[in-house]
Design a protein around this ligand. Sequence first.
Ligand code: GRF
Length: 197
Amino acid sequence: MKTKIAVFASGTGSNFKALVQGDTGDGEIKLLLTDNKDAGALALAETLGIEAFYKYPGKFKTKFSVKEEQNWVDFLIKKNIQLICLAGLMRIIKGPLLEEFQGRILNIHPSLLPSFPGLDGAGQAFRYGVKIAGCTVHYVDKGTDTGPIIFQEAVQVLDTDNRDSLAARILKKEHELFSKAVKAHCSGRAVYSMVNR
Ligand code: GRF
């Protein structure tokens, strides 16, 4: 039986598209959920033939209100969702979603964590002047970009790079890495554990 997956995205949705088109093994992308009515991901979902929903996240900018977060949980349970993939959700998950889906939420981040968590990981890495940047897929825990790491991929910073060219090469790597991590989770090869904390 396939693992039913919901993708959360607030923006363009290129990682969402890569998940739908990539090899996620025993994982099946069932729906897209967004907190942003203008998210490009919504139009992409229509093209890709994936059910998509906007759901009000509450009045805050970077977190959910508890009531709305519970509404998202209820909706996901009703849809029999077993795994959540955060593909550019611009909002912190802390309350009911984490309680209900602990160990079953994956996030993609454009840096080699634990370096450069938070906003614009690729830009942070570029401005710091690292020579090796990259991306990470990890399980979500209470912190910001701190959960157990599933896979990472390195991207070399070129002398000719600016922030955008580096971010674009990292994004390309993200597209391969996310499906690979979903596949590993769905086959039981990746599990949330505190062992590496
Ligand atoms: C990616 O850089 C991802 O690492 C970060 O948000 C961005 C989403 O991009 N979490 P897209 O909407 O998937 O193109």
